[in-house]
Design a protein around this ligand. Structure first.
Ligand SMILES: Nc1nc2c(ncn2[C@@H]2O[C@H](COP(=O)(O)OP(=O)(O)OP(=O)(O)O)[C@@H](O)[C@H]2O)c(=O)[nH]1
Length: 446
């Protein structure tokens, strides 16, 4: 296949035609005046024709700021020590005949033309490149500003986990200067090595992580919650080169979340688990019991004749008593136990790992502690000489339990039995005459 030149290729026969066909602007200056301008310079200077250029000093087209430099260069290029060599090209602001500004890269050389000394100037329009450079500089300034003011900490480590770069936000987040962190391994700032290991593992497994939770230690020793988004860096031949990412201090948000979680799961009057939280934990404990066969006991507690406390001493005093009762429960719980307020003056205690005898012992101690409760924060009750008591229903999880409801139901029935039998006592369904419950003897009394 032959190659054909594109259509309008101009054919030229003279040197002058060659000069006018040049894409670069050329001016010839003699005795300080332009004596020749090629077509490209006419276009560059936005002249109507060569007449608008010929006869004028080149400085007519140079921006006042660049005039001294331009004149100095034209003088220097003609100096004998320049030996007819062109000077180094340099950018000048050029004002066109139409008043527009152009950035032109100009180089000159001293010659002899028609037996007279002359300076030949060659110019390349750099306006577009200058604009690009200015945009680049502006964009670089913008990125730097953004980087300096960023709330998140940018960091980069090498393959050995050494921090090679960290952003200035680290001053605010961790209280260190960037140079104090650069050159150290990131592990140094994690309170638990396992956190950093988990992050590393996740990044290597997935290539990147987003909003990965963790904690870091500030210079003053306080531990803060952070959220990290990072990615692994690889060389073009697939070698692991380190990690790059951003982390931010989310302590405030985490504290708020923890507080919301606490509010959502805590009974405000007593500080115990609320009904929803208690039942959730009880469900988990039952599942564990079903999977492991570990014993599980549940107590239902109801203050005796509580209505009369409210009626006689007022609702506020009643609230004080409920608070006291809750603290008494809490103080006597075994480490794995959980107390909750199911509503009103009804409470429940979950006893994972405890069988009937141990659970009964806990219930006994609760019964005694309520009888002996210090009522100084409920002064009206205290001065009346009234003693408080509680009734307790006790049930143990059985292999046949289909749901938590079965266990709670038995504890409720046992509580009813304790009330029925005169209150201030413990009952379990084993106390009823009937078939053996869970292999234990029947008709036991509390
Ligand atoms: N002060 C106070 N009283 C409450 C609260 N919730 C429920 N109560 C009261 O607790 C009382 C419960 O009374 P009842 O269920 O009739 O039983 P009781 O008087 O405790 O008698 P027995 O349970 O049969 O021993 C009612 O008067 C309720 O108004 C509370 O948050 N604060």
């Amino acid at each position: 296949m032959g190659y054909t030149l594109p259509a309008p290729a101009r054919s030229m026969t003279t040197d002058a035609e060659l000069l006018h066909a040049l894409p670069g602007a050329v001016l010839l200056v003699q005795a300080g005046r332009i004596v020749l301008a090629n077509d490209a310079s006419v276009r560059l200077l936005e002249a109507r024709g060569t007449d608008e250029i010929h006869g004028r000093p080149p400085s007519d087209f140079v921006h006042p700021i660049d005039k001294p430099r331009s004149q100095q260069r034209i003088g220097a290029v003609a100096a004998p020590d320049q030996a007819g060599l062109p000077n180094k090209s340099s950018e000048f602001r050029i004002c066109t005949c139409r008043g527009n500004l152009r950035m032109v890269l100009i180089s000159s050389v001293a010659i002899t033309y028609q037996q007279q000394p002359a300076v030949l100037m060659c110019g390349l329009d750099m306006t577009h490149q200058s604009e690009i450079q200015a945009q680049l500089r502006e964009s670089e300034r913008n990125y730097r500003r953004l980087f300096e003011n960023m709330q998140d900490v940018y960091y980069r480590t090498n393959a050995q986990g050494v921090v090679v770069h960290v952003g200035p936000a680290v001053r605010r987040v961790l209280g260190y200067e960037p140079h104090e962190i650069e050159g150290r391994t990131a592990e140094a700032f994690y309170p638990r090595a396992s956190d950093r290991d988990a992050l590393k593992k996740a990044i290597l497994e997935h290539g990147e992580v987003s909003d990965f939770p963790g904690q870091m230690v500030r210079r003053d020793g306080t531990v803060i919650d952070i959220s990290i988004s990072s990615r692994a860096l690889f060389s073009s031949d697939g070698q692991f080169e380190g990690v790059e990412g951003l982390y931010r201090d989310v302590t405030q948000r985490k504290n708020l979340e923890r507080e919301l979680q606490r509010l959502a799961t805590t009974d405000m009057l007593t500080g115990l688990a609320n009904r929803r939280a208690f039942l959730e934990r009880a469900q988990l404990a039952l599942q564990h019991h079903q999977a492991s066969g570990d014993p599980l006991a549940l107590l239902m507690l109801d203050m005796d004749h509580f209505k009369s406390i409210n009626d006689r001493f007022g609702h506020l005093e009643g609230d004080q008593v409920l608070g006291l009762f809750a603290r008494t429960l809490q103080a006597l719980l075994p480490p794995e136990g959980l107390a909750g307020r199911l509503g009103g003056e009804e409470f429940s205690v979950l006893l994972p790992g405890l069988g009937l005898p141990q659970a009964r012992a806990v219930a006994e101690s609760l019964l005694g502690a309520v009888r002996a409760m210090d009522l100084s924060s409920a002064p009206a009750v205290l001065h009346s000489g009234r003693r408080l008591t509680v009734s307790i229903g006790l049930a143990c999880a059985r292999p046949g339990d289909r749901s938590l409801h079965d266990l709670i139901d038995r504890a409720d029935q046992a509580l009813y039995l304790a009330k029925h039998r005169g209150r201030d006592q413990i009952a379990s369904l084993q106390d009823l005459a009937g078939p053996p419950d869970n292999g234990l003897p029947t008709a036991r009394t509390a």
